[in-house]
Design a protein around this ligand. Structure first.
Ligand SMILES: N[C@@H](CCC(=O)N[C@@H](CS)C(=O)NCC(=O)O)C(=O)O
Length: 218
């Protein structure tokens, strides 16, 4: 039995959710709210006391990167060629670098100040990162990061760009990818993968973040 446990948002569980769907792996997608999590946390089964956690036959795995790689392997999304797997990983981990530029802004209490800080990030350090990602994608050898086969790296880039453009972050506009045609085209290509389009057509994946940010041509 496989169960992915996380909050309702895409956040750090969406790559695993998509990989589970693409791999047609029978599973439960358990989405908890914060209050429920506070109670579950006391039970002590989460290896590092945080979510997401993947339960597999009564064993618990934490750390989204470990979960995503494990599920990707089971779903046939982890390239068997070591170089291709590493290319997928470099994009996967770069997504964390994107968020590193934004994390300090979460601590800003004043709403206007927060918006201003994020606008500055989008024009500065975040733009630098998005340009670098565009360059990496421009040099790719196929439809996706490692060729024409979808990998966990593609899912990570897709999920993170989708969250960024979803309107969930005050100060980051929904059209933020307009200046990055390569990222826009890539995100749309991933969104168009039939299993991914089907995932977001499902009513349970139709909340504000996903309906605005995660569909093709959003
Ligand atoms: N490095 C961990 C970070 C996990 C993490 O920060 N989880 C947050 C949600 S994104 C959490 O569980 N927050 C609630 C808590 O700490 O009780 C991962 O990638 O899985």
């Amino acid at each position: 039995m496989v169960k992915i446990i996380y909050f309702g948002i895409p956040g750090r569980a969406e790559v695993a959710r998509l990989a589970l769907a693409i791999g047609k792996i029978e599973h439960e997608d358990k989405r908890v709210d914060f209050e429920e999590w506070q109670k579950l946390k006391q039970e002590g089964w989460a290896p590092f006391g945080q979510l997401p956690v993947l339960e597999v036959d009564g064993n618990y795995l934490a750390q989204s990167a470990a979960i995503d790689r494990y599920v990707a392997q089971r779903a046939g999304l982890l390239p068997s060629d070591p170089w291709k797997a590493a290319l997928a990983d470099q994009a996967y981990f770069f997504c964390e670098d994107l968020w590193q530029t934004l994390y300090p802004s979460f601590k800003i209490k004043d709403a206007e100040e927060k918006v201003k800080a994020r606008q500055e990030l989008l024009a500065g350090p975040l733009a630098d990162k998005l340009k670098l990602l565009s360059k990496v994608l421009e040099s790719r050898a196929g439809k996706f990061l490692t060729g024409d086969e979808l990998s966990h790296g593609d899912l990570a880039v897709f999920c993170n760009l989708s969250t960024l453009q979803s309107g969930w972050l005050d100060g980051i506009p929904k059209d933020m990818l307009k200046d990055y045609p390569v990222l826009k085209e890539f995100r749309n290509a991933v969104a168009g993968v039939p299993e991914i389009a089907a995932f977001y057509a499902d009513a349970k994946n139709n909340d504000d973040i996903r309906s605005t940010g995660f569909r093709a041509d959003a």
